[in-house]
Write a protein that binds this ligand. Sequence first.
Ligand SMILES: [Zn+2]
Ligand SMILES: [Zn+2]
Length: 411
Amino acid sequence: MVTTELENGIRALELKAIQKCKRCKEIDALVIVRQESLCSECFDKYVRSKYIKRMESFRVRYAPNDTGVIVPTQTTLLIPLSFGVSSTALLNLISNQLKAQRQRSNGQTGYNCLVIHVDESCVDPSVPPQESISAVQERFSDIGTFRVVNIEDIYDFRNVAREVELDHGVDEEKGGSDTFDKKEVLMHLLSSLPSTTSRMDILSILRTRLIVEIAKKEGCAAVLWGDSTTRLAQKTLAETAKGRGFSIPWQTADGDSPFGIEFRYPVRDLLKNELVNYVSIPLPTSPKPLLPLCVAYSPDAKHTAANAASGRNITIDELMIQYFDGIETQYPSIVANVVSTAGKLKPLRRPAGINISCKICGLPGDGAGGDITLSALTLNAVTELNAESSMCYGCARAMHGAGAYDWPLEP
Ligand SMILES: [Zn+2]
Ligand SMILES: [Zn+2]
């Protein structure tokens, strides 16, 4: 982290010596954005404009209340916070949008936020400690409430149908509410999966589904994901490689999700390195750089090129992260193209009333015929549990070979 700050500083100094900002032509340039040298003020404006374009609909609105008096309406938006660069940058953008709304609308805002951090320490002890949320909360106290939930809490959302199915899952006694050890059951589920790619894949599905369940329980109008263009491109290719290509429209598009709640990606038009710059330098909207709050961010690649080449010790997701992180500075348009091409994919339409959702990822799957389904079903036929027949191809592959496990949710 210190290295990045230093590097940014040096890069900034080098720029300083040579040029003025290309936009205002007055202030010294501090960062290079898509071949353009910008000062921190123009860069701040650039990032804000990309964000606002995606968030215009969340303006202050008024409607009559029960007694017919016109009052401002409020919605709550859920923001998952990973302590990475993108979600932290998103909080600053939100904070400034709300500030501007308050100034313009007599102290009113169009929405407030529920910021959720999913603590995954039971799976990976190296994840940021829960306490990191206090610093973020202190910095953005004006945007709403902050909460830490544990990944194993997904088992709190098990429904009645699931309880019945427990009969042929793990120990029946664990279905009892008092004796049920969520951590243990989750660890058992993950350890029964065939590969590291499967474990990462299923963990990220559980994280998404936990966030969705909380958003619905709390009556939130939408989930605002912090995915950058780079992240969406990574996701697009990784999901395709994992055999879940059908799910791309659901996982990358702004709008209604199959989970019955709206998904938005407000920083989808910004590259990862732009967001890294955004949190690294002093900005008019955040004179103190936000980087110290991004405790989950590390500038060093997690895996070496040699590892990547040998295909060992690296998951499909990590490989894609490494690939797009590597090319985005030089080829930003390629990264953007992957996302815009994905945006042209249309979700599969089904006749009204027919709902075939995958029981693992919860997305309306590829279960309506075709070769892929046949393959998935063939795969299922050889597994010990018949329950897999309600999975999409990608999930069937991820769960393939797993022994008895307890899945927390229904589609
Ligand atoms: Zn400027
Ligand atoms: Zn699935």
